[in-house]
Write a protein that binds this ligand. Structure first.
Ligand SMILES: Cc1cc2nc3c(=O)[nH]c(=O)nc-3n(C[C@H](O)[C@H](O)[C@H](O)COP(=O)(O)OP(=O)(O)OC[C@H]3O[C@@H](n4cnc5c(N)ncnc54)[C@H](O)[C@@H]3O)c2cc1C
Length: 454
């Protein structure tokens, strides 16, 4: 592995504080998204909010509309969101907000059909006006989305088909909600509510344009060509790309990109992979990919000269922007890829800080950092602890345990800044996080990345 060496560069601090503040700001935005339209409607002189049923119904409807749009914004790959919140938190928030929106929609429907008046007769679609049709379609699409989410957890259907269903249903739900609001005409009579809905519609169209037009166009302008695909371990290959027609997309070590293989970046299928190469060489990108399904098998068969498209960089699992004195990397299996990028970047920058790397694999051949071993040790103050499930003689046996980590993980001294990065299978990430936390490392300094997030 060649790492281009450049004069050392210490990264600026402030990242940890920013990461602590970002979720708080997001929570405030969500709260404002619900509170502002409700408050604004209360200021309307027309008495839009008279009557208990109407109050509950309106609050539920306005809250649901705002939350739906925020839920929709999260996976639109708006860089400040992916960058500050991180993919895991972003997806967690996406799920929680989606459930909250569905809850509010159900409450809204109940207040409409149970209040005195036409009641359940409203739901007779043979006689129902278009606004009720639109509301029914939106509600059914949202309930189907919840069912799809549950089925993903329980039955693990093929990801691509599942994702297509998810995207189609989400767009149907939003479109039908918009039509319901427009055909109802009730809320849009009020200037404040009208302004609010126009704002939500603008955000939604902006998110769609960003996700499905702007980002593919950006990938088109930043093509990459396959240099080589080589075997990295019995179960993984390394894909090496170089930028063509541009100087390469800048990234921070530990970030990832969505990879598309096809004739155009507008193809639907894409998969996230961590950029494993040094961030000091943005024109050259290396990915190490474990063969788990059809896409990773396709990557293994790519020929040199083939054009591919990247959408990235994304994610906040990176050491850049953090002011720390030393750091600990804990990786299981192919979860080593972000650590490889971090190590290669630190080596290229001649960073003098102490790095402690814990790495676990099934056999010695699965330890992907070993190809770089000597080079990294020459440039870094690096200590490595390797753990194997099926070891040769003399190796540490088994999986990460509290005891393994406790033996090597330094107890932090007062005022010493240690950042811990963990990436690997879910249980390993959870265990390592707990241990690091028990050792006195603050939550904001423990960074995790899961590859199985959906
Ligand atoms: C932030 C991030 C970084 C990753 N980095 C790496 C890496 O450096 N090396 C590596 O080998 N793997 C990495 N992965 C995992 C990799 O994305 C999946 O293994 C890959 O998409 C599997 O696709 P497949 O068609 O080969 O297998 P499939 O059988 O189609 O998928 C297997 C599983 O991979 C996940 N997956 C599939 N497609 C996607 C998708 N489009 N988006 C999100 N998850 C998906 C799903 O959980 C699915 O059940 C990363 C995942 C994430 C989220």
């Amino acid at each position: 592995m060649d790492v281009v060496t450049r004069p050392g560069r210490r990264t600026p601090g402030g990242g940890a504080a920013r990461r602590r503040v970002a979720p708080l700001l997001w929570a405030l935005l969500v709260a404002a998204g619900v509170a502002v339209p409700v408050w604004a409607l209360w200021q309307a002189p027309e008495g839009a909010h008279r009557g208990a049923w109407r109050v509950v119904s309106l609050v539920a409807a306005l809250g649901a509309a705002s939350i739906l749009v925020l839920t929709f914004l999260l996976p639109s790959r708006f860089r400040p969101l992916t960058g500050y919140l991180g993919v895991e938190r972003l997806l967690r928030s996406h799920r929680t907000l989606a459930l909250a929106a569905v809850g509010l929609v159900v409450l809204h429907v109940l207040t409409v059909v149970l209040r005195p008046g036409p009641g359940l007769g409203l739901l007779d679609l043979r006689t129902a006006p278009p606004r009720v049709w639109a509301a029914s379609v939106a509600t059914l699409a949202l309930l189907a989305l919840v069912a799809l989410g549950v089925s993903r957890r329980r039955r693990r259907p093929r990801y691509e088909g599942w994702r297509l269903g998810h995207v189609v249903l989400a767009n149907v739900a939003l479109l039908a909600t918009t039509l319901h609001v427009l055909w109802l005409g009730d809320l849009t009579r009020f200037a404040v509510a009208r302004a609010w809905f126009v704002g939500l519609a603008t955000l939604t169209v902006g998110a769609l344009a960003l996700r499905w037009v702007w980002r593919p166009l950006r990938s088109l302008r930043h093509r990459y060509v396959v240099d080589e695909v080589r075997r990295a371990s019995p179960t993984a290959v390394t894909l090496v790309l170089h930028a063509t027609g541009h100087s390469g997309l800048e990234f921070r070590p530990g970030q990832f990109a969505w990879l598309k293989i096809g004739t155009s970046p507008f193809v639907f299928e894409e998969h996230p992979f961590t950029i494993a190469s040094a961030a000091t060489e943005p024109w050259r990108k290396e990915f190490t990919i474990r063969g788990v399904g059809d896409f990773s098998e396709l990557v293994a068969g790519l020929k040199p000269g083939r054009h591919v498209f990247l959408d990235g960089p994304h994610g906040e699992f990176t050491l850049d922007g953090l002011a720390f004195d030393r750091f600990v990397l804990i990786a299981g299996g192919v979860g080593i890829t972000p650590m490889l990028s971090m190590l290669r970047t630190l080596a290229a920058r001649h960073d003098p800080r102490l790095v402690l790397l814990f790495v676990a694999g099934r056999t010695a051949a699965d330890l992907l950092h070993r190809a770089d071993g000597e080079h990294l040790e020459a440039f870094l103050d690096l200590q490595v602890v390797e753990i194997l499930e099926e070891p040769d003689d003399g190796w540490e046996v088994g999986r990460f345990t509290r005891e393994t980590l406790e033996r090597s993980l330094p107890r932090t001294r007062r005022r010493e800044r240690v950042d811990v990065f963990v990436c690997g299978p879910g249980p390993m990430v959870a265990a390592a996080t707990r241990i690091a936390s028990d050792r006195g490392i603050p939550g904001a300094r423990i960074h995790t990345e899961l590859f199985d997030i959906v």
